[in-house]
Write a protein that binds this ligand. Structure first.
Ligand code: IPM
Ligand code: MG
Length: 356
């Protein structure tokens, strides 16, 4: 297979972890006789420095013309002022919107060898294997009106939570499709006791559940879900929720895996390229030191193979090799280990089976 992959390393540890993922992809390509080409483009803070914008038209066009996009992370102390007119995060939001990536898939599993790395008690963590399906192009992040006004009484700020029925239908249907190949349970998370958008969400989710009798649905309020993620995380299979709730719940869920550095994500649209990125940020405190955990980025590359290129065997090969490395005690500093980013990457490449 031939694939044209765009790499957006971004800021902080982004370049370090994406170069690890690229090495793993190159190794997979060699084993399977695939031809992957990689083209780098700027996004986030480094793009602001170079071009004055967090996402340039050139980067967006390159992504649109690609088969898939691998992203590192954006942001850093240099661009931390939330009132600045251009901010790195704008690049992330613009590329999600520009590529129509309405579905953000964030799988969270507890690895048996990492149960003690989480602050949550090990008996709660056994069997944790969930995927959070976060709506990514609607809700508070993009709703209008949005902005500030000033009148005699002072300053007023507004963000709008807006959802159209079709936005809910497509994301909940995707959650049901995923559940069918898993443990056949969807937890639809909302705040239907307060929010109108959530009442529409719950109504649509219930209708879709009726059409999918093989999958169990449970509706859960977001505050309850936040609690259950810690008290009984193994009860979840597929969680589907709106943008802001999903943002908050996935950071919380990442704690179950022992380190945020372990977690990948895939952002998918109706058609066109998907975007793959670790869920961690740019970690400016350790940037440039070569000690970042590359696993989140490497597992994102596995998701890229699975969802954008249809290379399931190759995706599994990376996931198995990563699992083995962790079982064998390979750890970076975030998990109290001594391996550098390069060494951890080598450990995973060494464990890729000879043929896929
Ligand atoms: C995430 C991040 C982003 C978000 C930020 C950086 C804009 O927190 O991908 O979860 O809120 O979506
Ligand atoms: Mg977040």
């Amino acid at each position: 297979m031939k694939a044209n992959l765009v790499v957006l390393p971004g800021d902080g540890i982004g370049p370090e972890v994406t170069s690890s993922a690229v090495r793993v992809l190159q190794s997979i390509a060699k084993r399977g006789g695939h031809q992957f080409t990689f083209t780098e483009h700027p996004i986030g803070g480094c793009s602001i420095e170079k071009h004055g914008a967090a996402l340039t038209e050139e980067t967006l066009q390159a992504c649109l013309a690609s088969d898939a996009v691998l992203l590192g992370a954006v942001g850093g102390p240099k661009w931390d002022n939330p009132n600045a007119p251009v901010r790195p995060e704008q690049g992330l939001l613009a590329i999600r919107k520009g590529l129509g990536l309405y579905a953000n898939l964030r799988p969270v599993r507890s690895h048996p060898a990492l149960l003690d790395s989480s602050p949550v008690k090990p008996d709660r963590l056994a069997g944790v294997d969930m995927i959070v399906v976060r709506e990514l192009t609607g809700g508070l992040y993009f709703g209008e009106p949005k902005g500030r006004t000033r009148d005699q009484s002072g300053e007023r700020a507004v963000d709008s939570m807006v959802y159209h029925d079709y936005e809910i239908v497509r994301i909940v249907e995707l959650a049901f499709r995923l559940a069918k190949s898993r443990r056949k349970k969807v937890s639809s998370v909302d705040k239907a006791n307060v929010l109108e958008t959530s009442r529409l969400w719950r109504q649509i989710a219930s209708e879709i559940a009726v059409r999918n009798p093989g999958v169990a649905i449970e509706h859960m309020l977001v505050d309850t879900a936040a609690m259950r993620l810690i008290t009984s995380p193994a009860m979840f299979d597929v969680i589907v929720t709106e943008n802001t709730f999903g943002d908050i719940l996935t950071d919380e869920a990442s704690v179950l895996a022992g380190s945020m550095g372990m977690l990948p994500s895939a952002s998918l649209g109706e058609k066109g390229p998907g975007l793959y990125e670790p869920i961690h940020g740019s970690a400016p405190d350790i940037a440039g030191r070569g000690i970042a955990n590359p696993v989140g980025s490497i597992l994102s590359a596995a998701m890229l193979l699975r969802y954008s290129l249809g290379l399931e065997q190759e995706a599994l090969a990376i996931e198995t090799a990563t699992d083995r490395a962790v079982t064998d005690g390979c750890r970076t500093a975030d998990l109290a280990g001594k391996l550098t980013t390069l060494e951890m990457t080598d450990a995973i490449i060494d464990r890729l089976s000879a043929k896929v």
